[in-house]
Design a protein around this ligand. Structure first.
Ligand SMILES: Nc1ncnc2c1ncn2[C@@H]1O[C@H](COP(=O)(O)OP(=O)(O)OP(=O)(O)O)[C@@H](O)[C@H]1O
Length: 247
């Protein structure tokens, strides 16, 4: 998928939010978009997902199946969680039995099953975000676009996200996301796009800085303790660079 000279804005009289953006998303890519508040990161995600039409320029070869995970999942809808996900699966063309199997599997994986009967309006912010995530994954997307996916999720679900991204990209999908908390360090090989005042620049991975006052320690923990350990270290103020399987 390619963006060629893309300009985007929200109203015909507004200033351009994105200006002359060129970029290519290739199969298997994970791209992390960074930039200051208001730089245009979410706007770029909406353009990629096809939710905001471009004012000038072209978007070429957007995949047919795009999953969109919004920063705020809209809970003002008159459905319980399960009925909502079943409705989304139906719209996406999944058969009833496949839909149920898929919803059950994601519900287990993200600890959402106990909330299946809860009305969307009664969900906490974090639980609502899980619904926002799962609805985007029901029909495996060829492009997954996520706005701050770690935000508001519980520690176990946060720890599960890198595996979800890896499964998708290994199967030829691509993933583009924003992450102001630095959690994308858990994702392995990623490309970095930086947005500054609506202009996009591709960056090399940030170079490790020489720093005589800090050292890096590698620690080994049990697989089922990775999420809680990472969370615990971050809460204690440590900078966790990433996790990997022991080889
Ligand atoms: N729905 C909207 N209608 C009008 N203007 C908008 C809308 N959404 C964003 N903007 C404007 O577009 C600009 C870029 O916003 P955007 O949300 O893309 O930035 P961002 O980099 O994602 O910021 P943040 O990190 O704060 O989420 C801002 O000036 C913002 O006010």
């Amino acid at each position: 998928m390619r963006l060629e000279g893309v300009f985007a804005r929200y109203g015909r009289r507004d200033a351009w939010v994105l200006q002359n953006v060129d970029g290519e998303v290739r199969q298997g890519d994970t791209i992390v978009i960074t930039g200051r508040n208001g730089a245009g990161k979410s706007t770029l995600l909406r353009v990629l997902a096809g939710l905001l039409p471009v004012g000038r320029g072209k978007v070429r070869d957007r995949p047919d199946i795009v999953g969109w995970v919004p920063e705020r999942f809209p809970t003002a809808q008159p459905f319980a969680v399960l009925a909502y996900l079943q409705g989304i699966a139906r719209v996406q063309g999944l058969s009833q039995s496949l839909a149920q199997k898929t919803i059950d599997a994601w519900g287990e994986r993200f600890f959402l099953t106990p909330f299946f009967a809860t009305p969307l309006e009664e969900l906490s912010k974090g639980t609502a975000r899980k619904v926002g995530l799962i609805q985007a994954l029901l029909n495996p997307p060829q492009l997954l676009v996520m706005d701050e996916p770690w935000e508001g999720l519980d520690a176990q679900s946060q720890a599960e996200l890198p595996a979800v991204v890896e499964e998708l990209t290994k199967n030829g999908g691509s993933c583009v996301l924003t992450d102001h908390r630095g959690r994308a360090a858990d994702l392995g090989d990623v490309r970095h796009w930086q947005v500054h005042q609506g202009v996009l620049k591709e960056e090399d991975a940030p170079a490790p800085q020489e720093d005589a006052e800090h050292h890096v320690i590698e620690i080994v923990v049990r697989t089922d303790e990775v999420g809680t350990t990472v969370e615990w270290l971050r809460e204690a103020g440590y900078d966790v660079h990433g996790t990997r399987e022991r080889r």
